[in-house]
Design a protein around this ligand. Structure first.
Ligand code: FUB
Ligand code: ZN
Length: 694
């Protein structure tokens, strides 16, 4: 376990983002997404799948009030299983006292509160804060006298609380409650929700004691990392210990989820153990298996544990899992999860493009995992993946107007196939206004709003720059606060500047990641600072003076990427990237039949500004190649002959912006033209000749 290099997350209020790219995303979430999601939580968006989230809290609050009034005379509801998703017989007239929606519906409200907290730390907004305060009051009034807080069981029957950890998500909802509560307290100083989360945590701590308590652990992970956060925010060691207990129990036999209800097991042994990452003790896990979001959340908790306890075996498992996920099971977009079946990982190098699952939440989870690995050990490889997932797998989850969302993020789409092939019916060719299972949109919102906490981490004498965001940050160094201002042109261009805003009384280190996509071509004038490179970070150390400025130039070119030959889906194909962005072809720019296009890897590439949607401009890439001419009159099969080709321009846009211009085909991996370049002319000189922005 690397010791002495750990870093912490900056407090929300110490970060002010001012960045041409991220300020727009943050503003979009603040102005469009959060108000929109508030309406969806209240079931006020016509045409969107109903949430019933606020409905459930209102019903639970009434029940808790009735219970308080009636005292010993209160007859609590007794639990009857109604399904994992409960829908009212008449959607327009739900019974006001019943729970509806998925069993984990409460979590959507908590994620919304967390995103609001981050928004408030960037921009005071009395109206939004008042809305959040009202929802927090509602949540707290639903809480039971003993601290229990989950509307599914409050309404459905508390006699069954904590009896189905495998499927019923109470500990998952608790995890989101704790995350939202910690963020709201950090952003606003208001502790009402934090106190509610701690009361629930205390109840869980008591019910899940080692001696005589339930020996279970979360069926859907997140409570682990949330408890570590609660521990860091409150300083209460019992929360750290509870998180640790949850981690340490996983993998024990007999399998807790088989014994908790004395019901016959529902799925084959291997699948049901792996689905929850409970097949092995966590320190023995080396391969990413099972449900991808659960896996990412578990690994994030494990990385927190390794960092906070210095546990070598835990750290070794984190590193092995990291290598397996990012070296064998991750899409080029940073998405993870190759199959709809169990929303899960499959096996190494199985990365189908058109049936990908790649849930938005899983990419969010990979960002969580990466940041936690970075906190334990500053290595650019972690930040490279974090950036890849954030700019591609995560941002693709939201439309340019902030009102539509992807849950599944394919890398290749034919709309007719999504409609007519049941194996592709999980893939939507267009973003949706909302989902019955709406985990992704608010998850994306909370991540975008807290992006500063991924860009920078710190310890007492070092500021780590993992992502290149503009803004002002205040670093609580050991000798006092260090204030720096950063300016960034990413992802449009590779220029990044950092300025110290006041003298530092002692030496201080700036550790700036060198991105993989610059191919080690970068420049910075570091003046008299001591300078060294390690694990992909450039370290600069001195007693900085107010006004000291470092101007980084990272070489940002179009890079054509190939997949490892073991990825059979991508054999003979290329992916266009530029800086952190992965690009794709869309029918809107290239016509139908994207599979007929061949990209010339040695041809000229041209960059131009394009407006994809109102307010969403990007750098488009035009490459040259061929289009196979296809005639429907041809027989289905024929004797081999060279294909007929015509010259074609291939127009690419950033992947995260796809599906903003109506339905159509899309593909990330494009067939490469065969043939060899002119000898003596390397691709670099060809790019330069092409007027390429070097
Ligand atoms: O189970 C809660 C969330 O719903 C998961 O994280 C998603 O994958 C979806 O199944
Ligand atoms: Zn999701």
């Amino acid at each position: 376990m690397p010791v002495g290099k750990e870093s912490k997350v900056l407090p929300l209020r110490a970060i002010q983002i001012e960045d041409p790219f991220w300020s727009k995303e943050i503003d979009l979430v603040r102005r469009a997404v959060l108000p929109y999601q508030w309406r969806t939580l209240h079931d006020q968006v016509p045409g969107a799948a109903p949430s019933y989230c606020v409905h459930n809290f209102q019903a639970a609050a009434r029940l808790t009030a009735r219970q308080a009034e009636a005292g010993a005379d209160f007859t609590p509801p007794s639990f009857t299983f109604r399904g994992f998703e409960v829908l009212p017989p008449d959607p327009d007239h739900p019974d006001p006292d019943s729970f509806y929606g998925f069993v984990f519906q409460d979590s959507d409200l908590y994620k919304w509160v967390e995103a609001v907290a981050c928004a408030l730390s960037q921009h005071p907004d009395p109206d939004l804060e008042e809305k959040a305060d009202r929802l927090i009051d509602l949540v707290c009034s639903a809480q039971q006298p003993d601290g229990y807080l989950d509307t599914y069981y409050i309404l459905g029957g508390l006699d069954a609380a904590f009896t189905n950890l495998r499927d019923h998500h109470e500990l998952y909802c608790f995890g989101h409650l704790a995350e939202g509560a910690a963020a709201y307290w950090q952003a606003t100083g208001k502790d009402k929700l934090l106190r509610a989360a701690c009361r629930f945590a205390d109840l869980i701590d008591e019910r899940f004691r080692d001696d005589g308590g339930l020996q279970g652990y979360p069926g859907h992970e997140i409570a682990e990392m949330a408890l570590f956060r609660l521990y860091e925010v409150t300083g209460e060691d019992r929360y750290r210990a509870l998180a640790q207990r949850f981690l340490d129990r996983r993998g024990r036999r007999p399998y807790y989820f088989d014994t908790e209800r004395n019901e016959p097991p529902a799925a084959p042994e291997e699948l049901r153990y792996q689905y929850h990452q409970a097949h092995l003790p966590v320190r023995e896990q080396t391969e990413a298996v099972g449900h991808a979001v659960r896996a990412m959340y578990l690994y994030s908790g494990m990385a927190d544990s390794a960092r906070l306890t210095g546990d070598d075996a835990m750290w070794a498992a984190c590193r092995a899992l990291w290598r397996d996920v990012t070296g064998r099971k991750m899409y080029v977009t940073g998405g993870v999860g190759s199959t709809v079946s169990g929303e899960a990982f499959t096996f190494a190098y199985d990365l189908p493009n058109d049936t990908a699952y790649s849930e938005t939440c899983a990419a969010v989870g990979l960002v969580f995992f990466a940041r936690r690995m970075l906190q334990a050990e500053p290595r650019a490889a972690y930040a490279d993946v974090m950036e890849r997932a954030l700019y591609n797998g995560v941002l693709a989850g939201m439309s340019a107007d902030g009102e539509k969302f992807f849950y599944v993020n394919p890398l290749e789409v034919r709309p007719d196939a999504c409609e007519r092939d049941p194996h592709k019916s999980h893939v939507q060719p267009e973003r949706q206004p909302w989902f019955g299972c709406a985990c992704c949109p608010p998850n994306l919102a909370r991540l975008v709003m807290s992006v500063g906490q991924y860009a920078w981490t710190y310890n007492e004498d070092t500021l780590y720059v993992h992502l290149y965001l503009g803004g002002q940050i205040q670093v609580p160094a050991s000798h006092g606060t260090v204030t720096v201002r950063a300016e960034s042109e990413l992802p449009r261009a590779g220029n990044y500047t950092i300025r110290f805003m006041q003298d530092c009384p002692e030496e201080f280190t700036l550790a700036v990641r060198i991105p993989h996509w610059c191919g080690e071509e970068y420049s910075v004038d570091s003046g008299k600072a001591r300078r060294w490179e390690k694990d992909g970070y450039l370290y600069l150390r001195k007693r900085w003076k107010a006004g000291d400025t470092l101007e980084f130039r990272f070489w940002m070119s179009v890079r054509l990427i190939t997949a490892n030959p073991a990825v059979w889906e991508d054999a003979g194909k290329l992916c266009v990237t530029r800086g952190p962005l992965v690009y794709c072809l869309e029918e809107a720019d290239n016509g139908p039949g994207l599979h007929l296009l061949r990209l010339n890897p040695y041809g000229f590439l041209h960059l131009e500004d394009r407006e994809i949607a109102a307010g969403q401009t990007c750098v488009g890439v035009t490459a040259f190649g061929l289009r196979e001419t296809a005639s429907p009159a041809e027989p289905l099969y024929g004797l081999f002959r060279p294909s007929e080709m015509e010259p074609a321009s291939l127009r690419f846009i950033p992947y995260y912006l796809w599906a903003n211009r109506g339905r159509g085909e899309m593909r990330v991996w494009v067939a490469a033209m065969e043939g060899k370049p002119d000898p003596g002319r390397d691709i670099l000189s060809l790019l330069k000749e092409g007027g390429f922005d070097l």
